[in-house]
Design a protein around this ligand. Structure first.
Ligand code: CTP
Length: 408
């Protein structure tokens, strides 16, 4: 699962959730639940084929509203479900969107309530489609043509994912998971302050090997960095996340590069850094590594003398990026146990950064909430204690404003 939601991310949002026929309908049950949990009002519309894969009763129970399937259903006083439903929605999300359903949309056909509803949307009402089909069906030129057409008509395609398929084959065509679709929908409603920008984020600890089974690391969980990568992506940026060894789900739409040591993190970051607009270094990079890596496990062999290790200094990745001639807007992190402001200011000056974010680590390592202090040449500002995703969004807002001022 991804980061916990900040409460009510979809509060006040009215989602028309459409299901067309496909085995991925089983995931739509979870999706309806996730959307409701995030605060959305969910109205489900199913095609007759979808009802063969999952019961309308299930979707009704999870959404808390009667499911509508039949355009001739006379429960609406004006008998115009296709008009009423779209006028009462902020967004239409079809998950799963079958090959047949996408083909219908591309042609403007409307022989069931869901396609009729999609066609009757007020202009500008967002339509999000989560394709789900066999890999050959997805790759078929007819499907690709139809997808290109619906995108040209303004729809947004979410996924599909690559992996095992219900038919036993492996490839592109799996519907995204419920939590990914929920996060994509949440992202849809976030302001696009970093549209067209590239953001590079480092996160997590590094692991500096002593021998094949031991190493030096730290307690950084990576949660703050992953939340920042997610928030930057939600804000419309193209995001690359260079992650040390952590077990966290990759935020939806973020490109992830896994590394282990500080040297690997450096090698992943430096060649990409000059192409970025923003670099946010949240990783707790080890300052030192064992100077000599033992090729074999170090044995005690009855010795009573503790081994000693010589350490070599790791390159400062953030300082190296900030010193590039075409340096992106660089944000450093300072996890301090005392004198936060003084230490953060010292880093700002020593590494020549426009912004340092201080927090009172290591008390916050691994927790879902945090308190941040933004320090720049003009002073400092506290972001009050909150969950890490809300803080990350606030930080992204600050960065976007500073970037805009810098480029003006
Ligand atoms: N950083 C980095 N590469 C390193 C070390 C640190 O990119 N080799 C980045 C971190 O990601 C963070 C900032 O620099 O953004 C932290 O600065 P640093 O002076 O290394 O902080 P600490 O090691 O935590 O502080 P100190 O050694 O002063 O206690």
């Amino acid at each position: 699962m991804s980061e916990p939601l900040s409460s009510g991310d979809l509060a006040t949002k009215r989602v028309l959730l459409g299901l067309s026929g496909g085995i991925a309908c089983y995931k739509a049950a979870d999706l309806a639940r996730e959307l409701v949990k995030a605060g959305a009002t969910v109205q489900v519309v199913m095609t007759p084929a979808a009802t063969r894969f999952i019961g309308a009763v299930t979707m009704q129970a999870l959404s808390g509203r009667p499911v509508i399937v039949d355009p001739w259903d006379d429960s609406a006083p004006n008998n115009m479900h296709h008009i009423n439903l779209t006028r009462e929605a902020d967004v239409v999300l079809v998950a799963p969107a079958s090959a047949d359903f996408i083909a219908k949309l591309a042609q403007g056909l409307s022989d069931d309530l869901l396609s009729l509803t999609c066609l009757a949307r007020p202009s500008g009402q967002p339509l999000l489609l989560a394709p789900a089909m066999n890999r050959e069906m997805w790759a078929h030129p007819a499907t690709q043509r139809n997808v290109a057409q619906v995108v040209a008509d303004g729809a947004t395609i979410l996924g599909p994912a690559h992996g095992d398929q219900a038919c036993g084959e492996v490839g592109d065509g799996r519907m995204l998971e419920a939590d990914q679709l929920r996060d994509a929908l949440i992202a849809h409603f976030q302001p696009k302050r970093l549209a067209g920008k590239r953001v590079l984020v480092t996160a997590g600890p590094t692991f500096e090997a002593i021998d094949p089974v031991r190493g030096i690391t730290n307690l950084s969980s990576g949660k703050m960095g992953f939340a920042i990568a997610r928030a930057a992506r939600e804000a419309g940026a193209e995001v690359t996340l260079v992650a040390g060894p952590v077990h966290l789900a990759t935020p939806y739409g973020v490109r992830r590069i896994d590394v282990r040591s500080a040297q690997q993190m450096h090698d992943a970051v430096l060649p990409r850094a000059a192409r970025q607009d923003v670099f946010i270094a949240t990783a707790a990079v080890a300052d030192w590594r064992p100077a000599n890596l033992s090729a074999h496990k170090i044995k005690k062999n009855g010795s009573k003398v503790a081994p000693t290790f010589e350490l070599a200094e790791n390159t400062d990745i953030l300082a190296a990026v900030a010193a590039l001639p075409d340096a992106p807007f660089c944000v450093g992190f300072a996890a301090e146990s005392r004198d936060l402001l003084a230490h953060a200011r010292e880093k700002l000056e020593r590494k020549k950064l426009p912004l340092v974010v201080g927090n009172l680590g290591p008390a916050t390592f691994g927790r879902d909430d945090n308190t941040l202090t933004l320090v720049d040449a003009d002073g400092h500002r506290e972001l009050p204690a909150s969950d890490k995703l809300s803080l990350a969004r606030e930080l992204v807002r600050e960065v976007a404003e500073r970037l805009a001022r810098r480029q003006r």
